[in-house]
Design a protein around this ligand. Sequence first.
Ligand code: TXA
Ligand code: MG
Length: 324
Amino acid sequence: MNKDVTEILPDSASGIARARLLLASGELVAFPTETVYGLGADARNGLAVAKIFEAKQRPSFNPLIVHVADLETAEELVALPSLLKTLAIKFWPGPLTIVAPLRPEAGISELVSSGLSTLAVRVPDHLLARALLKEFGAPIAAPSANPSGLVSPTTHGHVLEGLNGKIAAVFEGGNCPVGLESTIVTTSGEEIALLRPGGLNAETLRSSLGRPIISQEAKTISAPGQLASHYATAAPIRLNAEKPHADEAFLAFGSECEIENCLDLSPERNLTAAAANLFSHLRALDQMVRQKRLAGIAVASVPENDLGLAINDRLRRAAAPRTS
Ligand code: TXA
Ligand code: MG
């Protein structure tokens, strides 16, 4: 969606109040963190999260980091194993992102985690970011605020260079002191695994834990769907179906679903709405196939433009032959 004019918000109570309103109405607001500027959306609002991918023009969906005001809020969203909790207590607020099992009742849009059962969370160490999170009172999903494929922005000017007119607002919030994305960790069995090196030195992490950290950088989901743990349906998927066979469930696009076992990504053929519904509809149809013992999921064709590119990327991966 083209916003035409991107508002520049001051680093003040009135700027934060304005950002809160925009976020609450499903708009995108770029804000500084200690690492880089994030492109924020209400993490509970699938349509708002879909706008992130639209504005960044990402050709595929990748899971996003959810920003929260404090550890307590993070624990409402994820179940933190004790080693990760130790790191959170020690390094939050700060440039550390933790990937942990998502609590299904957390209310986070499935588009945020690309349908995964884990969620990436962090508490940024930046006064403005924390004031915004507190004022908004809910988790904010935010990737770096740059168009896909370009470097992460560390000033509001950088954000405007890439996204002016494509997002509702950006804070004029000064430079990001760390200037490098957060370090991402998770657990692997009994160990801590490094998924992405970043602003928090891995050596600092290692010495504070008093144990080695295993490197699993290859498991960082930069190319979603490649990872074995990435959400895939159990049911086989048949793409570009005009209509379902009698024994198939149907993922429709713009057909109102006047048949049985059907869910429509967007009756209005709106790609933003379709992206917001993609993972939850796939999950629901997968369950339907299992419960009704159907043969698989037929999927209507989705246009290959704008967010349709990322939707089709995801659907093709889901339809590809399984390796395991
Ligand atoms: O410093 C930062 O981390 C910045 C600021 C804005 O907080 N954010 C940032 O987000 O760098 P982004 O979207 O550019 O990178 C997030 C990365 C994803 O590409 C993915 O590799 C990883 O985090 N990630 C997110 N959720 C994950 C999950 N459930 N499992 C594994 N990796 C995940
Ligand atoms: Mg990025």
